[in-house]
Write a protein that binds this ligand. Sequence first.
Ligand code: FES
Ligand code: FES
Length: 218
Amino acid sequence: MKLKENGMSDKDKKQDTNISRRSFIKGVGTGTVAATVAPAILVSDEKTAEAQTDQAISKAEIQLNINDTLYEIEVEARTTLLTVLRDGTDTGGNNVDLTGAKLICDRGECGGCTVLVDGKAVYACMMLAMDAQGKQITTVEGIANGDNLHPIQEAFIKHDAMMCGFCTPGFIVSSVALLNENRKPTLTEIKEGLSGNTCRCGTYPFIFDAVETASEKM
Ligand code: FES
Ligand code: FES
């Protein structure tokens, strides 16, 4: 029997090659099965994760008093007051649709989302809707008395205290909060009172003038 360099005969080598092929094909077969099964396991895992997430994101029905109207709304624990105001839907399927409060930074830095909560200026993007239960929420849409504008709104118009206007609702609400606490603020107090609001157009001098004018009429 002729042995090759590795000590195997031609017959042995052929058998070894066949075994190797069988092993290879078997291995590939196993791999194919694994490749077929693996996505199913992944899908199963995803569904389990989704189910767990659904359980974690439990919803609750709450009542919110916004601009003297009572809304029954289903919210998640993580839902902010701003989300309810702008995108919320009550349990009757009606959109809340109070878009005066603006979503700008969504992190408590710009003041564009300012609303009154029990008369105090609050960033609606930083308050959970659930925490607003039992409180009086007033948005810029609720500042006027019917067709009669609030003195601060009239003063903003008089002093042309806006350019793009994106920050204006927040400034108006913060000004109302300031004047509710201090009817005759000094310029320094006005600047301090509105320091939580940002105007990228730089209309600050006109806004401060408007607050001074409004304070004289209140
Ligand atoms: S959007 Fe709320 S503070 Fe900027
Ligand atoms: S008027 Fe444009 S950001 Fe204030």
